[in-house]
Structures are given as C-alpha cells and as structure tokens.
Design a protein around this ligand. Structure first.
Ligand code: CP
Length: 306
C-alpha cells in the first residue's frame, strides 16, 4: 500500500486491496480496541471547524491505544486568530506531535498541510471536498451489515452538492461495482465534476428528485445527509431546500430486508425520530464503528500496522 506511513488526504491513492486491508485491521481493533501500540506517540487534533464524532472518536482511538493527544477544537483560542498562517501552525505543531489530524473549512487545506508538514496529516474533513476517515467507517459499516462491498445499490440522499462524505464515497467505491442513486433537489445535485468522475471510472448512477417509498425500494444502503446550513452563501436558498427530504418510518415498508440506513451525522430533521427504533436504522452503530476504523487509520499513518 503506497499510503503506509503517509498522510491520508483522500482515498484516491488507495486501491481495492488497500481498502480491504485497512478494514480488516479495523475488525481486529473492534475485537481488541485497547492496547499500548501508541505508547510514546503524541497525536495532535487541529479542528478549525466544529465536530463531535470525528474529533472525539479520533481522540478516543489514541487514548485507547496508549498514546497522548494535544490540540484544539476552537481555532479562536489559538494564534491563527492573530493571523498565524496555516503553514506556520502546521510547522509549529509538527515540532510537538508525531501525527496531525486536521479539519478545516477550506477545500484543499489538508492537501496543502500535507505538502508543508514533516509529519503525516489525516484529513478529518476539508470544506465540501473530502472526508476520507468517514468514508472508511461508512465502508466498514456496509461490509459488516451486507457481508460484502461488491454490487451494492447505494442511495445517497440530500445535500450532494456540499456533502464531502458522499464525494469521498464515490472515490472509494469505484473498485466495488456499485450502482448509485443520487436523490437531491435541483439546487443540491451531485456536482458535474463528481458525475464525470463516475463516468470515467465506470461507476453507474441515476439521478432522482423524487424521494418516496417506491424510489428507495431496491436500496441496500440508504445514505441520508444533512443539508449543511454553514455551506450556503444564500440563506434563502437554504430555507427553501432544508426540509425537502425527510425519511419517515412508514416510507420503509417496501424496502429490502437487508437495507441499512446510514447517516454521517449530525442529523437535524432529515431522519424522523420514529426511524430510530427500526432495525434497519444503523447510524448510531455506524458512528461507533468510527472508533475502530480510526484506530486502524492512525496506526497506518504511523506505519505501525503489519
Ligand atoms: N460525521 C461527522 O463528521 O461528524 P462530526 O462533524 O460530528 O465530526
């Protein structure tokens, strides 16, 4: 695997074997989540954007593996608020830490950080661009619930324009012959560059604006996403689209027995609360899977996996 001991910025550099190898290690960490493999290592978490799951699961992963965490969850408390550049921040933190996990509001920030950093960078989300660790836990959740990654019908619903998790998923799934269904309002359609990526990589997709029980009847995976208020420059447009797609329990009557509902979370109101008790709802277990996957990604970035 050419990513061993290196930064993880997107999943573009991983092939099918790399992905399955990392997911295999995630399964080993799930069986045995606590060890001392990171003893003596310091990991920095730099979050320039809010987060609950990504930051806390990465930090839990470090703690469970015997390492130590430094970092910040609010850039306003750091010298970047005084005008320090991202390059200087990365250079400083790399003096103190063996690995940097960074979320940033600017697309391309993680790539840039990896180009100037002497230590590996894991991209924990860069604007509307990529969120590779989320995608790896999404794939792990699909593998666990479906028993395979090949030949799945995957329905992506909601904000496909700004949703970095769905953009990363396209990249990772190109080895597994998926059929994607993109369900979104016109304003939030999958950007042309990602549809072109699908066409260039032989990934089948259909686009829909209708979201009802007939449209989703053939789904193996229903991947709901939040309409992200923070990405809109026109808040009137946000108000117009924010409640267009809400999954309700009675929409699941015709769905396949193996269907599982995923969501990167946080949700606002795109999944009604009554879905939570449905056995097909998997989003809370999905978030838990993030811990094991991130244990594997951290150890891989530090070249500690065999
Ligand atoms: N899925 C995800 O990235 O959640 P957080 O924003 O809470 O980290």
């Amino acid at each position: 695997m050419d990513q061993t001991g290196r930064s993880l910025i997107s999943l573009e550099g991983l092939d099918r074997d790399d992905i399955l190898w990392l997911l295999g290690h995630a399964a080993k960490f799930e069986a045995n989540p606590n060890s001392k493999i990171l003893d003596g290592k310091i990991v920095a978490t730099l979050f320039f954007e809010p987060s609950t799951r990504t930051r806390l699961s990465f930090e839990t992963a470090v703690n469970r593996l015997g390492g130590r965490v430094i970092g910040f969850s609010d850039a306003a408390t750091t010298s970047s608020s005084k005008g320090e550049t991202l390059k200087d921040t990365i250079m400083m933190v790399s003096n103190y830490a063996d690995l940097i996990i960074m979320r940033h509001y600017l697309e391309g920030a993680a790539r840039y950080a990896s180009e100037v950093s002497p230590v590996p960078i894991i991209n924990a989300g860069d604007g509307a661009n990529q969120h590779p660790s989320q995608t790896m836990l999404d794939l792990y959740s699909m593998l666990k619930t479906q028993g395979r990654l090949d030949d799945l019908n995957i329905y992506l619903v909601g904000d496909l324009k700004y949703g970095r998790t769905v953009h990363s998923m396209l990249t990772a799934m190109r080895f597994f012959n998926p059929t994607f269904h993109f369900i979104s309002p016109d304003e939030l359609r999958m950007p042309e560059e990602y549809k072109e990526y699908c066409r260039n990589n032989g990934i089948k997709y259909q686009e829909h604006t209708c979201f009802d029980e007939d449209t989703i009847a053939d789904a193996d995976i229903l991947y709901m996403t939040r309409v992200q208020r923070e990405r809109f420059t026109d808040l009137m447009e946000y108000e117009r689209v924010k409640d267009m797609y809400i999954l309700k329990n009675d929409m699941l009557r015709k769905t396949k027995p193996n269907l599982r509902i995923l969501h990167p979370l946080p949700r606002v109101n795109e999944i009604a609360q009554d879905v939570d008790a449905n056995p097909k709802a998997y989003y809370f277990q999905q978030a838990k899977n993030g811990l094991f996957v991130r244990e594997a990604l951290i150890c891989n970035a530090l070249n500690l996996l065999k």
